[in-house]
Write a protein that binds this ligand. Sequence first.
Ligand code: CP
Ligand code: NVA
Length: 310
Amino acid sequence: AQQLKGRDLLELNDYSPEEITYLIDLAIELKQKQKNGEVYQPLKGKTIGLIFEKSSTRTRVSFEVGMFQLGGHALFLSKNDIQLGRGETVGDTAQVMSRYLDGIMIRTFGHDKVEELARFASIPVINGLSDLAHPCQVLADYQTVYEHKGKLKGLKLAYIGDGNNMAHSLLIGGAKLGVHVSIAGPEGYEPDAAVVAEAREIGKETGANIVITRSPQEAVQDADVIYTDVWASMGFEAEQLAREAAFKDYQVNEELVKGAKSDYLFLHCLPAHREEEVSTGVIDGPNSVIFDQAENRLHAQKALMAALMG
Ligand code: CP
Ligand code: NVA
C-alpha cells in the first residue's frame, strides 16, 4: 500500500498483481464505508485537476464526487478552457499544475501525451482514458466481477469487438489477476500486438491464458464474463459506417451468449450503442451488471486517489 503513494497510473502494467488486488480490496472497503454512511476523508485539503480532451459522463462525475467524498476538491479542466488547447506545451502545463495540485487525471487521444504529462509532473498522473488504455475502468470492472463471482483467478473473460483501449486494459489487467482473456474481432481491428505479447508474458507468471481469435463463438465458449464496447471509439467517429460493416458478425446477442456459462456476467464500460455491439435483450437482461460496474468507477477511483495521493 505504502509503495503506491506518489505513483502514476498510466496503464495496469505499472502495477504488480498484489498492488491491483490491494486497490480492488480497498475499493470494496470504501464502498462499504460509503454505504454505511461513514465519513472517510483522508484527502482533506488535497486537490486533483481533471483534464478532459474528450467527452465523459462516468469518469468526470465519479472523479469529482469521489474526491469530494474523500474530503478533497476536484477541478474540471476542459481542453477548450485551458491554455493546453491553445498550444501551451504538455511539459509546461505539467510543471505549472504540479505547483498547485496534488494529482492530475487526463483523458486524451494519444497515450504519448499521458506519458509526457507524467514525465514532467512531480505529482501523480492518472490515465482517465487514452487511445491505448483505460485502466481506471478496468479496476472497476474486475472489482465488479470479483464482487459477483467471489474470485478472479481462473475465470474466463470474453471480449467481443474492437481491439481498442478497453481490450488492451482488460488484457493487461486480466493477465495480472490470472483471468483468462479471449478476444474476438474482425481482421484489421485486433488489439495491439505489443500489448498482446505483454499480456502473454504476464500470463506465464499468473496462469492467465490469452487467446486472440476471429470467432466470437470460440471466445464466449464457457465464458464467465462477456464484455463488449462500442465499435467506433471517441476519435474514430468518421469510421462509424465502415466499422458497422466490419463488426456486423460480432454483436453480443441472445444467440451468441448461449455458448457461455449460464451464470455468465455481461459487462460494458458504457456508453453503449444498443442493437449495435450488443442486443437490448442482453444488455438489459438478467446477466447484465453494467450499472454495478458504472457505480464501481466511483469506489475504484476513490481507492486509487486515496492510495496515490493520501
Ligand atoms: N466508461 C467511461 O469511461 O465512461 P465516460 O466516457 O462517460 O467517462
Ligand atoms: N472505447 C471507448 C471507451 C469509452 C469509455 C472510447 O474510447 O470511446
